[in-house]
Design a protein. Structure first.
Length: 703
């Protein structure tokens, strides 16, 4: 028991300060504040150079998705008149204005750090991104041949004139706006040339020297417009609304509805136009007019556009410019019974529950091995599995196919509404169906986001259910990069809970009562609210009380208000959030009892954990649910309660480390800005959270 949990005087409800109307930070601006933290990592000269390039690329892809979904959705709601005042108190147009002001500043900041810092530093290390002027005569000749043989045949210049309307510009494509002149008439004409997306964006010269493909194309425009004078060319890029709107009802086939909507996605309205700052004003005016964007939706930045190409450089074999590679180890509890080949996961599960912590614990020797072993085990009768996202060459899919072909009963609940993975999930769903797997494509009106796997095995004396419940997707590739928890258990109570839930998901069961699970949309919000109030009661009655949450996002107003009230009543509230956070620290009555931190690093902090001190008998829940309206009201989510004292202590110890003043983190301020803590008052560098966890889990430093 810490002093923090005992030295705070109790308060009565009547003494609590009224909650101010501006107590919520805006969720969209909070997300942008998260992406600013990513930019700060790209700017951090203490990090290896290619790690900084990686964060610059992550920033770019993050912002693309934000505009395709969040900004597009906000614009659509404003246009249709259904947008309402945000919980932050901002009107929809004020939110949009704030988004543009902040995002434009961040895009220029990212472009500047690449141009002025990362690019020159890469060149100093022999990784060069060259322009045409920096090439030798021999290199230019080689690129002439490359263009003739590999690029020219796939290009399609599109003229714009009275007989050729302005072409459709696909979302996120890179394009050249070209102005040519007819030497006979003197007329200036406009054309568009698309940079082929199936060709590498960076053309390899030699060693680790590259030139952007658009630069090569720009030097050969005369071959695309023979007989014309090429006057100017400019790079531009459009972001479109790519959020899906699937109208569902009980009578409609969800799969067909989604496939129709995917076809329409390519033609969503534009929401952002990116151009290089050197663009001719007349060409820009033409693009704005023809694309139907407003001047406020134009971003002019130093080239090159779309820094996601930096992933190519990050992939270079330059270990001297990267973090030392981290190789996960088999979970200690599984390794205790590991054979010469692979751990016997099912045998371990019969003896005890196992708490997994990825990527520190290997996914392949735990979750993947669990399903592969079940598929091959002749005593396994059935496997039931949720799939939200998985990789294209997923061994999870292969294990389910093997199990079905071996005659086992296999159910896969494939969530085809998983954003930007819809097409892939449709493809894998059909592959599973062909193998004899019973495939269910989600529920009408709800996304199935929970991470569940159930294996039913004939153990001789009984049929036993082997359960995995996780906080992350069944995705072997992201499991090496995303931090997540997982629980392996044969607890009959959990087995009964998960069986009930699968029956709800695949059939007509109306049973939504559970013993060791909280399940959205029925009981996660209410369950957490009850436990927050219980902490307040513990505190008032002099028992230890504390609340610590870890999640990706926290937006739900009812839960936030409950946390405010708990802090006002004297309960310490600590929030560890990666992305969006609508909590405003420092409102009256909470002062130093409510704090919010964020940690970003080499691994993406993705797990969700909810800890309650519970009068000295700590209660910890892990699962798939973030504290957002969509997760609590429009998704099927699960949280499972940790039972083993060692597992509770392990999760609690991670909270201790994250909130330790000696651990580097970002602190959330009352105005919604974040302050990074890197050194202490004496200038000593604070410890890195993820490096410390690596030491704790593996006994050595890793990445």
């Amino acid at each position: 028991m810490t002093a923090e949990m005992t030295d705070i005087p109790a308060s009565d409800e009547a003494e609590l300060e009224p909650l101010p109307p501006d107590r919520f930070l805006d969720r969209e601006l909070s997300w942008l504040a998260f992406n600013e933290r990513v930019v700060q990592l790209a700017e951090d000269v203490r990090s290896p150079l290619l790690e900084r390039a990686k964060f610059a690329a992550i920033f770019a892809s993050n912002l693309d998705e934000f505009f395709m979904v969040r900004v597009a959705g906000l614009k659509r709601r404003i246009a249709t008149g259904i947008a309402v005042q945000a919980a932050s108190g901002l009107q929809p147009k004020e939110v949009l204005e704030g988004i543009w002001q902040e995002s434009r500043s961040q895009m220029r900041r990212q472009a500047a750090v690449f141009r002025d810092d990362i690019r020159p530093a890469l060149a100093a290390e022999g990784i060069e991104l060259l322009s045409w002027d920096g090439l030798s005569g021999l290199e230019r000749q080689e690129l002439h041949e490359f263009f003739r043989d590999r690029v020219f045949p796939v290009l399609t210049p599109l003229a714009v004139d009275p007989s050729h309307p302005f072409p459709y510009i696909s979302g996120l494509s890179l394009n050249l706006a070209v102005v040519v002149r007819n030497p006979d008439t003197g007329n200036e004409l406009f054309a568009r040339v698309k940079v082929p997306p199936l060709l590498p964006r960076l053309v390899h010269l030699d060693g680790q020297r590259f030139i952007p493909l658009e630069d090569v194309m720009a030097q050969h425009l005369d071959q695309l417009f023979p007989g014309m004078e090429v006057l100017q060319h400019h790079i531009f890029r459009v972001t479109r609304n790519e959020d899906l709107e699937v109208e569902e009802d009980d009578a409609e086939n969800l799969l067909k509805a989604l496939e129709r909507e995917l076809m329409k996605r390519r033609f969503g309205p534009p929401v952002r136009l990116e151009v290089e700052e050197s663009i001719d004003p007349h060409v820009l005016d033409l693009l704005v007019s023809e694309l139907g964007v407003s001047p406020d939706e134009v971003v002019q930045v130093p080239g090159p556009l779309d820094l996601t190409f930096l992933w190519t450089l990050v992939g270079l074999d330059r270990g001297d410019l990267k973090e030392a590679p981290f190789v996960p180890k088999t979970n200690r509890e599984l390794a205790e019974v590991e054979t010469a080949a692979e751990p016997d996961v099912l045998d371990t599960m019969r003896e005890k529950e196992v708490l997994l912590h990825h990527p520190y614990d290997s996914f392949s020797t735990s979750v993947q091995r669990f399903l592969e072993q079940a598929a091959a085990d002749p005593h396994v009768l059935a496997i039931k599995q949720t799939l939200y996202r998985t990789s294209g060459d997923s061994p999870i899919i292969d294990a389910l196919v093997d199990a079905a072909e071996a005659g086992k009963q296999v159910l896969a609940l494939v969530e085809i509404k998983a954003r930007f993975d819809e097409q892939a999930n449709i493809k894998w769903g059909r592959k599973l169906e062909r193998a004899g797997v019973h495939v269910v494509y989600g529920l009408v009106g709800l996304k199935t986001h929970c991470k569940l796997s159930m294996v039913v095995r004939d153990d001789g004396d009984t049929l036993r259910r082997y359960i995995h419940i996780g906080t992350g997707n069944y995705h072997p590739k992201t499991a090496r990069l995303y931090e997540d928890f997982g629980l392996l258990t044969t607890d009959p109570v959990v087995g009964e809970d998960v069986s009930r839930l699968f029956n709800v998901l695949s059939g007509y069961s109306m049973n939504t009562t559970y013993d060791r699970l909280l399940v959205a949309p029925h009981s996660i919000r209410t369950g957490l609210l009850e436990r927050i109030e219980r902490e307040v009661q513990h505190h008032r009655e002099g028992r230890p009380a504390r609340i610590r949450f870890k999640c990706n996002s926290i937006v739900d107003e009812r839960l936030i208000d409950a946390l405010y009230r708990a802090a006002q009543a004297g309960v310490p509230v600590d929030i560890f959030v990666r992305g969006i956070c609508a909590i405003r620290p420092g409102i009256p009555g909470t002062e130093d009892r409510l704090r919010v931190i964020s940690i970003l690093g080499k691994f993406l902090e993705h797990s969700r954990a909810y800890e309650f001190e519970n009068g000295g008998e700590p209660e910890v829940w892990i699962g798939s649910a973030d504290l957002m309206h969509r997760n609590l009201d429009r998704r099927v989510e699960t949280l499972v309660r940790m039972e083993g004292p060692d597992h509770v202590r392990e999760v609690s110890g991670l909270f201790d480390l994250a909130f330790d003043p000696g651990t580097s983190a970002w602190d959330l301020n009352n105005d919604g800005t974040w302050t990074r803590r890197i050194v202490d008052e004496d200038g000593n560098e604070l410890v890195d959270y993820q490096d410390t966890v690596i030491q704790m889990r593996t006994g050595r430093r890793g990445a």
